[in-house]
Design a protein around this ligand. Structure first.
Ligand code: 4H3
Length: 466
């Protein structure tokens, strides 16, 4: 990721980003930073870049020419995404940061004084962004806030064992209070439950704390969370058939786009996966699809539906593009909390060197997925005779999949061990592991039952937009 910042105070940006996480990411070339001094593009002999505002009003405005020339000098060929930070912008958020982190390069335009001449903004700005409802002296601090939040989502920047994807957090809840040594400080003891070593009790206590904090400090977020919990209750009536929607919400990936009675749509914006379940009844599917905002339908790339009628409704609504049925099958979920036995021992996290093998031995939805899955620390390999002979992992939406074992090494329990290993990793993250099994894959379907997973009665369909 390359950040280019157009500003009157380049040193403010450089000084603000050269420490801690962003400083280390810059040193390791995981991110690049280029600061451009707008004043260098002034054509005024005193280097002025501001002037009075037409129509009167207090203060000075930055003129168009120096800003445009500074911007044009940075934009090579195609239009680079250019963010103008301003109180008049779209509110910045974690999901907005995730969207921006997908870009290869971002230009930030930092205003000062009363702002910048609208004509150059109209020509160069792609995103108007605000970090909150307050006015600041300049755009430099908001730009640094955004660069910090975006950088943390660039693979490799955060060293923590779990990548951002595997944190079991609730997007709509504030984080619980945290404690470290000593056990007693100023006469105040660390809550006993945190010393108990009982992961389930600790998780329950943390959730309770998060709910209490959110209710008290962010009633707006809490309302969203309550609605989400209500949807999870409805979906849980058929838990095995809806495990993908329940887990998407619980893991903080999906959001409820529509809910009426038993018709629900959960959308995972990062993976662009729409999950649908509709009540029986002839126009339930059409009502459900009719309620989905067009912009979400337009960006939706994958669909997992429990009702094939949704497929026909979508085919009509997805203007132009074709949507096709990729596979019909059943969901398998592991609802126990006990770790599964892993008989085959030589299983290790896949690294960059394994990219070729991973790419070659599986059909991937897109070319970058194998590398992205390795960066996400989401795939594990089985080794025999000093080499990789199979793998398993989880896909961007969180479902376990991609199990492969070379023919010569099958029927030795390696496949079962690989899947059990991945299930155990997800149990450690507080997830309910689940996967999708095509209906023709009899061996895999039988294997799930043998491992203690439950299969959904009903079928689900994978649809893909071509
Ligand atoms: C962003 C920018 C607040 C925010 C900002 C925010 C200076 C914008 C100048 C700069 C204009 C006057 N204030 N809430 N200030 O994200 O260019 O507003």
């Amino acid at each position: 990721m390359k950040f280019k910042v157009l500003t009157l105070f380049p040193e403010m940006i450089r000084d603000g980003l050269r420490t801690s996480i962003t400083g280390r990411a810059l040193e390791n070339n995981l991110i690049e930073l280029e600061t451009v001094n707008i004043r260098a593009y002034s054509q005024d002999k005193h280097g002025r870049v501001d002037d009075y505002t037409y129509g009167g009003g207090a203060g000075m405005l930055m003129q168009a020419q120096p800003v445009f020339d500074a911007w044009q000098a940075q934009v090579s060929g195609r239009k680079t995404r250019t963010i103008y930070v301003t109180p008049q912008g779209r509110l910045f958020s974690q999901s907005y940061a995730a969207e921006l982190a997908q870009e290869k390069e971002l230009i930030f335009l930092c205003g000062h004084y009363e702002g910048i001449d609208q004509r150059v903004l109209d020509e160069v700005v792609t995103d108007y962004v605000s970090i909150g409802d307050y006015v600041l002296t300049g755009g430099e601090l908001p730009a640094m806030v955004m660069i910090d939040a975006i950088s943390r989502l660039i693979p490799g920047v955060l060293h923590n064992e779990e990548s951002a994807e595997t944190e079991s957090f609730h997007r709509n809840l504030l984080e619980y209070p945290q404690y470290s040594r000593p056990e007693v400080w100023h006469g105040q003891k660390v809550p006993d439950v945190l010393l108990s070593g009982d992961h389930r009790k600790i998780a329950a206590w943390r959730l309770e704390q998060s709910e209490g904090l959110t209710r008290e400090r962010r009633p707006d977020l809490y309302a969203k969370y309550e609605r989400q919990e209500a949807v999870i209750q409805v979906l849980s009536r058929e838990k095995r058939l809806h495990i993908h929607m329940i887990e998407s919400l619980r893991r903080g990936r999906g959001e409820v786009i529509f809910w009426k009675d038993r018709a629900v749509c959960v959308y995972d914006p990062d993976y662009r996966l729409g999950m649908f379940t509709a009540a029986p009844g002839k126009d339930a599917a059409s009502q459900l699809i009719a309620a989905i905002p067009q912009n979400i339908l337009d960006e939706m790339k994958y669909v997992l539906t429990t009702d094939i009628a949704i497929y026909r409704e979508l085919a009509d609504r997805l203007s132009g593009d074709k949507i096709r049925i990729v596979s019909e099958g059943r969901l398998a979920c592991y609802t126990q909390r006990t770790f599964l036995p892993v008989k085959y021992k030589d299983i290790r996290l896949l690294k960059d060197v394994d990219l070729e093998y991973l790419t070659a031995h599986r059909e991937w939805q897109d070319a970058d997925q194998p590398a992205e899955r390795i960066r996400a620390k989401a795939f594990y390999g089985a080794y025999a005779e000093q080499r990789l002979v199979g793998f398993c992992g989880w896909l961007p939406d969180g479902r376990i999949g991609g199990l492969y074992v070379e023919k010569a090494f099958r029927r030795q329990g390696i496949g079962t061990s690989l899947e059990a290993f991945c299930i155990n990793r997800q149990l450690e993250m507080g997830f309910v592991p689940y996967g999708f099994i095509p209906k023709e894959n009899e061996v895999a379907l039988r294997m799930q039952g043998g491992m203690g997973l439950y299969l959904s009665e009903g079928h689900v369909w994978w649809l893909e937009r071509s």
